[in-house]
Design a protein around this ligand. Structure first.
Ligand code: 5GP
Ligand code: ZN
Length: 117
């Protein structure tokens, strides 16, 4: 069911503390942790604690939770002292999604090109 923890999901395991992560912020509904393969000086992933497969599913199934994730991207940027940063939701394998638990990438600390690759 939407929102239930999945046994085979890496990010559900991070939420449960079964896999270590460098957590930078946590709220009742979200966790933010450093990406294991950073693409910028700041590269933090913000996830809902509940399992939703991507950003679109999250917005449809739990809009308040989607808002929580977005609000946390700003909080992470503030903590990292970033005036400018990029929030990315890769959605679908063709766009580079590899983990099927909704997550926002917060990238900053260097110049960012547009359009992205
Ligand atoms: P996606 O490619 O789905 O948009 O993003 C998944 C992100 O998760 C990638 O940037 C990848 O580096 C990161 N990632 C994959 N496995 C782990 C892990 O075990 N720990 C952490 N902290 N990040 C991970
Ligand atoms: Zn999950």
């Amino acid at each position: 069911m939407a929102g239930e923890a999945q046994d085979d999901c890496l990010f559900c395991k991070i939420v449960a503390g079964q896999i270590p992560a460098t957590i930078v912020r946590e709220t009742d509904t979200t966790v933010a942790f450093r990406d294991i393969n950073p693409q910028a000086p700041t590269h933090v992933l913000v996830i809902p604690k509940a399992h939703h497969k991507d950003a679109a599913a999250l917005a449809a199934e739990a809009p308040q939770l989607a808002a929580d994730v977005l609000r946390e991207t700003r909080a992470v940027a503030d903590e990292e002292k970033l005036d400018s940063y990029r929030t990315v939701f890769n959605t679908g394998s063709g766009a580079g999604q590899t983990v099927w638990h909704a997550h926002a990438h917060v990238l900053g600390g260097r110049g960012l090109e547009w359009p992205p690759g």
